[in-house]
Write a protein that binds this ligand. Structure first.
Ligand code: ADP
Ligand code: CIR
Length: 336
């Protein structure tokens, strides 16, 4: 049955799931058995979703395009005839630390999401396939310096500390739960990281890989450089799911394209007391404001997570540049 959304629902799902779209898609199923009902369940169960949909495989984006296309258009400003282009050339990112004295920026993090070419995405994957993804990714990570810590068997104390310190994904996310992305938890999940925890890979959370570079302070270029070099190593042994139209294929349509989120944790007490002004600048520079514990969390002590909002139809270098330009503008406003 077509879901009925309450009047105050603001998700892109309730905006674009019209009766016509629903009737057109309700009986369709991808070759992995993923249906419209599966794709929309997260937004139906969580009416406070911003988006509300997840894909089960690359095919979902084609089969359910009457729903996904307008959502992608609204979130990324990217149309059906547009083409995505990747650019990871470090020489094209000419930026300096926007806060060399460390007055505002606490830390910088850049992550990309990736999924393996020959597997369904997490919402439609089987337990055996998920275990195989973990095995192939760990094989690829042998080329990098670090150790793997599986979630299964990890003490609750260590898991909670890694999450609190911003290194590990949270457990029991209700949006992922309703999307079917937490099935068989904690099996097949884990975190790989180097001793300094400046390079990390999450395995089998929302996406099969979340490849992360992070460090204290505001040296964005150094963080991006570490990420790009590691990506090159990983890509020597695994093939990622990529489409010429949509770029890297991800579970959530907000991550399509570069799947890159470049963020700073930044202290902005003045702007924090004038949210209207803060949001206006964020919109102008294509920024997203999150709380300090990540998506769907609140700010603490006037520290905000500021990141690029657009990820599709802009290159990786441009995504990082969006964040950099926005942070420079925010610091200028805070000082002015
Ligand atoms: P994602 O970035 O993978 O989309 P979240 O928004 O949930 O997901 O963030 C994941 C974790 O990364 C959270 O603990 C968040 O606080 C942490 N994080 C994000 N940006 C930074 C940053 N610039 N410095 C330190 N931690 C960060
Ligand atoms: C939601 O719809 O709110 C969740 N499914 C998360 C969507 C991803 N959020 C985002 O803005 N990047």
């Amino acid at each position: 049955m077509m879901p009925i959304f309450s009047k105050d629902c603001k998700s892109l799902l309730c905006k674009y799931l019209t009766r016509e779209v629903y009737d057109d898609l309700k009986d369709k199923k991808t070759s992995n058995g993923f249906t419209l009902k599966d794709a929309i369940n997260s937004g139906v169960v969580n009416i406070d979703s911003g988006i509300g949909v997840y894909a089960g495989d690359a095919e979902s984006y084609e089969l359910f395009s009457p729903l996904f296309d307008p959502i992608i258009k609204e979130y990324h400003g990217f149309g059906v005839d547009d083409i995505h282009k990747s650019n990871l050339n470090l020489d094209d990112l000419d930026i300096k630390n926007p806060d060399p004295d460390g007055k505002y920026i606490i830390s910088t993090r850049i992550r990309v999401g990736r999924n393996l070419k020959d597997f369904p995405l997490g919402a439609a994957i089987t337990k055996e396939q998920r275990d195989e993804v973990q095995r192939e990714v760990l094989e690829a990570l042998k080329a990098l310096n670090g150790s793997y810590y599986p979630l299964e068997g990890m003490s609750e104390e260590i898991r909670a500390k890694l999450t609190k310190d911003h290194f590990l994904f949270k457990a029991g996310d209700r949006f992922l739960e309703a999307a079917g992305l937490n099935r068989d938890w904690p099996k097949g999940r884990g975190i790989f990281h180097n001793d300094e925890k400046t390079f990390l890979v999450w395995i089998n959370e929302e996406d099969q890989l979340r490849i992360i570079s992070m460090q204290m302070g505001g040296d964005i270029k150094e963080v991006f450089t570490r990420l790009v070099l590691a990506l090159g190593e990983i890509e020597k042994s695994v093939k990622f799911s990529y489409s010429n139209h949509l770029g890297y294929i991800t579970s959530c349509p907000t991550n399509l394209g570069t799947a890159l989120r470049a963020s700073v944790h930044i202290k902005l007490p003045k702007l924090g007391s004038d949210m209207e002004r803060f949001k206006k600048i964020a919109d102008k520079y294509h920024l997203q404001i999150r709380g300090v514990d990540g998506e769907h969390s609140e700010s603490k002590g006037n520290v905000y997570d500021i990141s690029n909002k657009r990820r599709l139809g802009v290159s990786e270098v441009e995504c990082v540049r969006d964040m950099y330009d926005g942070v420079v503008a925010l610091i200028c406003e805070e000082e002015g």
